[in-house]
Structures are given as structure tokens and as C-alpha cells.
Design a protein around this ligand. Structure first.
Ligand code: APR
Length: 246
């Protein structure tokens, strides 16, 4: 069983998604001005300040019932989580095998030499949205530090992508939770699973796929569906028939 998550799994923890019509980050901001290397070249303080604000949001958020149900299942079987999210809510819920395809807010890297500073502590725990904050400098080359995330137009980390594809090609079931499926190559993950013969279950308040014989959509919120679905898996066989998924 492999889980593939997007921003929607963290929505009920209070972290905004990107493309929800009214509340998504891209309804209020231009991704070209915040999530590209050019944006950082043009205004590093705006980009660094924005990510510190997002980091502050994540540090105030708590893993929700969906993150927790996935982590609890790992106590009974091997569970791999492939996430597009840069928050650490899967890890804070207790999941150990988490593959971040789009990097993480936890660890910056140097925009110039690409190295990751070893001992780094973030300042500005109360960064506000729109606050421009000059990024710190790389201790090795004095270049500007940037968030350790994948921006539009950048390659996904090769090792993580390879691990994710191997896991998906080997799984029986892929649960795709809270993603609009519009950003590639990450959005290819469910198709790779289907081509490899797995079943794919989409969990989203929006019907994001046309059901087929090995693909279905459970329409609803992650905290509503994921715990209910996974509780069935954790039960002895004879109990599962009695408890239809809501
Ligand atoms: N439970 C489950 N799904 C939800 C919930 C919820 N409570 N609330 C919203 N969703 C769904 C939305 O219907 C939408 O389909 O989560 C999805 C969020 O989609 P996006 O905002 O596009 O986020 P995501 O798919 O993760 O975006 C992929 O785009 O901007 C880049 O790098 C960014 O990793 C991100 C990538």
C-alpha cells in the first residue's frame, strides 16, 4: 500500500492548498513571483519572507486524523508515503517512510553552490505574509540561502523520484489523497500505478478522475474518509463487511 498526498491532506490542519478556488495560495498570489528561480533572483527577500511565513503556518499546524491514520497503519504493515507537500505533518504524525517529491521547508540550501548548511536555525518564527526578509548567507560560499523546495521549472530530486516510482510499480493499492493532479511529473504517480496493475483510490472532495475498473474516487474530505477506510484494513476480515465506508 502506497500513499500519494497533496496539499489537500493538510487543508484540515489549517494549511492552505494552492488551487482551491477561494482559499488556495494561487488564488491570492502569483506562483511565478514566488515559486521560481527567477522570482528568487528578482526579489530574494520577498521569496524568503514568503517561505518563512509558510513555515510559521506549518509550525502552528498539527497533523490531522488523515496523517495519523496513515502513520498508525504503518504499525501493521509496510507503508510508504509519497508527498508533494513541503510540510512535515506526515512525519510529525509518526510516518517514517516519507518521500518528499517537492522538497521540504525543513532544510534550506544555497542558491549558488547548492550545498545544504549543516547547523541552520530559522529566525523570524512569526513571519507575516508579504513581509520581505533578506535570506541568510551560505557559510561556505556566502551565496544566498533559498528554501530546500522544488520550484516550477526545476527537476525533482532524482533519488526521491526513483524511490517513488519503484514503490508505486511494486504496490497493490495506491491511495491518492488531496491532490489536483495537475503538476507533473508528480501527477504521473497514479498513472504509473495503474499501468503497473495496481488499484488507485482518489480521496478528494472533488471527483478528480473518471472511475474505471481499477480506479475509483471516494468523494469527501481526507479526515472523513482516510481513517474510516484504514480502520477497515486494520480489522480482522469478518468485521470489514459490517462497516461500509461512509
Ligand atoms: N481533503 C482532501 N482533499 C482536499 C481537501 C480535504 N479536506 N481540501 C481540498 N482538497 C483537494 C482539492 O479539491 C484539490 O484537488 O486538495 C487538492 C489540492 O490541490 P492543489 O491545491 O493543486 O495542491 P496539489 O495537488 O498538492 O499541488 C501540487 O502544485 O503549486 C504546486 O508545488 C505545489 O506541490 C504543489 C503542486
Amino acid at each position: 500500500m502506497v500513499f500519494f498526498s497533496g496539499a489537500g491532506i493538510s487543508a484540515e490542519s489549517g494549511i492552505p492548498t494552492f488551487r482551491d478556488p477561494l482559499t488556495g495560495l494561487w488564488a491570492l498570489q502569483d506562483p511565478e513571483k514566488l515559486e521560481t528561480a527567477n522570482a528568487f533572483r528578482e526579489d530574494a527577500a520577498l521569496v524568503w519572507g514568503w517561505y518563512l511565513w509558510r513555515r510559521a503556518q506549518v509550525s502552528r499546524a498539527l497533523p490531522n486524523a488523515a496523517h495519523q491514520a496513515i502513520a498508525q497503519l504503518a504499525g501493521t504493515r509496510e507503508v510508504i508515503v509519497i508527498t508533494q507537500n513541503i510540510d512535515d505533518l506526515h512525519e510529525r504524525a509518526g510516518s517514517e517512510q516519507v518521500i518528499h517529491l517537492h522538497g521540504s521547508l525543513a532544510q534550506p540550501k544555497c542558491f549558488a553552490c547548492h550545498r545544504t548548511p549543516t547547523a541552520f536555525s530559522f529566525e523570524e518564527p512569526n513571519a507575516r505574509e508579504g513581509l520581505r526578509i533578506e535570506p541568510p548567507r551560505c557559510p561556505r560560499c556566502n551565496g544566498k540561502l533559498r528554501p530546500g523546495v522544488v520550484w516550477f521549472g526545476e527537476q525533482l530530486p532524482a533519488a526521491e523520484w526513483k524511490r517513488a516510482v519503484l514503490a508505486v510499480k511494486d504496490c497493490d493499492v495506491l491511495l491518492s489523497i488531496g491532490t489536483s493532479g495537475v503538476v507533473f511529473p508528480a501527477a504521473e504517480i497514479p498513472t504509473i500505478a495503474l499501468r503497473a496493475g495496481a488499484y488507485v483510490v482518489h480521496i478528494n472532495p472533488v471527483q478528480v478522475a473518471h472511475p474505471s475498473n481499477r480506479e475509483l474516487c471516494l468523494v469527501g474530505r481526507a479526515t472523513e474518509i482516510v481513517p474510516a477506510l484504514l480502520s477497515l484494513i486494520g480489522l480482522p476480515i469478518d468485521d470489514r463487511v459490517e462497516r461500509p465506508v461512509p
